[in-house]
Design a protein around this ligand. Structure first.
Ligand code: NI
Ligand code: MN
Length: 233
C-alpha cells in the first residue's frame, strides 16, 4: 500500500484515523468506547480536526457527540444527520449531500452514494438521519481514499471509480448488514482501486465475512489487512 506521507490507523469496525500530509487528524465513523474491535489505547481520542460520519447507526456515530464536544472538529455528514448532531450540542457540524465536495483544511472530501439505511436511535425514539453516504478523501499529496460506509454493492460504484479514481478503497465485507466478501470483490472490479482495505467484519459474531475469503475473490487489487491500532505510513 502506497500512502505517500498520509498515515492510516484502523480503530476497528468502520472507524479509521487518518493523518494528513499537513499534520491534520481525520476521524472516520467514530465508534470507539463500545467497539469491541477498538484497542484500549485508542478508546480515548487525543486529537481530531475533521470527523466524517457516514450514517446514523450507532456503530458509526456512537462516540461522535462526545468527541465533537471535547475536541470541536469540523464534522462532515449528511444534512439531516448533522442537524441531529447540532441538536445534541455539536458546534461545527457541516451538513452536506451526495455529489458535493467540501474543502476542509488540507483535504477535499466528496460525499458519494451508499445504499443502506440511516435511522438514528435517540433514547427510545428512532430519528430520520437522511440517506447514508460514503466519502472520497483527496489529500494534498494526491492520494485518494474511498471509505464506502455501510453499503451493498451498486452499479454506480463504477462512476466513483471512473470519476475519483481512488487509490485505496475501504470496503465492508462482514455480510448481514453490508456486503459480504462476494459483493465486496465485485465492488472492487467496479472501483478498480490499487489497494482495498476490508472493514466491518468480525466485530460481532453475525459479521461472518473473512479476509481470507475476500482475498480469494479479489482480482487486480492488493488486499491490505490492517490490524486495529497499528499505524501504517
Ligand atoms: Ni449501518
Ligand atoms: Mn454498520
Amino acid at each position: 500500500m502506497y500512502l505517500n506521507g498520509t498515515k492510516l490507523t484502523w480503530l476497528g469496525h468502520a472507524a479509521f484515523r487518518v493523518e494528513t500530509p499537513g499534520g491534520k487528524t481525520v476521524l472516520i465513523d467514530p465508534w470507539l468506547k463500545g467497539n469491541p474491535a477498538c484497542p484500549e489505547s485508542e478508546k480515548e481520542v487525543k486529537k481530531v480536526d475533521v470527523m466524517l460520519c457516514s450514517h446514523g447507526h450507532s456503530d458509526h456515530i456512537g462516540d461522535a457527540v462526545e468527541i465533537a464536544k471535547k475536541h470541536n472538529p469540523v464534522v462532515v455528514g449528511m444534512v439531516e444527520l448533522c442537524a441531529w448532531l447540532q441538536s445534541k450540542g455539536v458546534k461545527q457540524a457541516s451538513g452536506m449531500n451526495k455529489g458535493g465536495t467540501a474543502n476542509i483544511l488540507d483535504l477535499k472530501i466528496t460525499m458519494v452514494h451508499a445504499s443502506h439505511s440511516s435511522g438514528i436511535q435517540d433514547g427510545d425514539r428512532l430519528i430520520y438521519g437522511g440517506e447514508p453516504a460514503g466519502f472520497v478523501m483527496e489529500f494534498s499529496n494526491g492520494l485518494k481514499i474511498y471509505h464506502a460506509g455501510d453499503t451493498c454493492v451498486f452499479g454506480d460504484m463504477a462512476i466513483i471509480g471512473e470519476l475519483y479514481k481512488p487509490d485505496i478503497a475501504m470496503l465492508p465485507i462482514g455480510d448481514y448488514y453490508t456486503m459480504s466478501p462476494r459483493e465486496a470483490a465485485y465492488a472492487c472490479s467496479l472501483l478498480k482501486p490499487k489497494t482495498v482495505i476490508p472493514m466491518h467484519f468480525g466485530t460481532f459474531p453475525i459479521l461472518t465475512g473473512t479476509v481470507a475469503e475476500f482475498r480469494k475473490l479479489v482480482k487486480d487489487a492488493e488486499v491490505f489487512e490492517m490490524k486495529p491500532g497499528v499505524t501504517v505510513s
